[in-house]
Design a binder for this molecule. Sequence first.
Ligand code: OMP
Length: 270
Amino acid sequence: MNRLKLIEQIKLKNTFLCVGLDPDVDKIPKHFLDEEDPIFEFNKEIIDATAEYCIAFKPNTAFYEAYGLSGIGSLEKTIKYIKINYPDHFLIADAKRGDIGNTSTMYAKAFFKRLETDAITVAPYMGSDSVKPFLAFENKWAIVLGLTSNEGSCDFQQLKINDEELYLNVIRKCASWGTEDNMMFVVGATKAQMMDDIRKIIPNHFLLVPGVGAQGGSLEEVCKHGMNKNVGLIVNVSRNIIFASNGKDFASKAAEEAKRIANQMKTFLN
Ligand code: OMP
């Protein structure tokens, strides 16, 4: 999906919510455990219940890889289901890849050609030759880790180099390898105030913002510090939506929570 279409979807639906598909067999309603593919069946109902309130879905591959081959099968089926039934939704593979050039190329092929996701999250620690292969595919996106939402982000990302934090150096350098049409940055909602400095470097890029909900980030703060003239934000919520209930009403509760967040988003648009 290209940038214009993404912006169009956000404006059309008045939401910039991404639903994170991070299933956990220990947390999904028990009745799914009798199904042949509990993860896929669970995802399908979550997707159907929340699609009207979001513009993106983000399966995190860890939650599929943990179940071996059957988990990879659930991921493939989930992605296919979204592509067939919700082709206008932006599809992000949260895999945090990045390696020497020829290996990154294979990662890019795995996600862009085989799974056909629109975007993949990329860890930039290995530098330009590890990131650039993800930029070589038309209408596909590398979403580079800029400033992450977790506590440990201060261990390296916030160290100062030449009087400037490492994450600002990383964002500036990575932005020079790509464009606003093929690169986004991950910035955690828990770090919303730091978006002011980030926006000075990349005023127009999209930010993928996880950390609202279970991690305590505030949507209001994210919008205040991170929004730009084209919205420029995709805000992900995983656990607070998909595990809003673990009873039979899980899908309607997920829809309720997605709707609540989407309604809050509306107030920040226009
Ligand atoms: P919840 O905290 O349950 O909403 O999930 C957050 C999702 O975003 C998980 O899939 C995380 O792996 C992911 N994430 C972060 O939480 N923090 C980051 O800094 C980056 C990501 C990510 O790349 O999406």
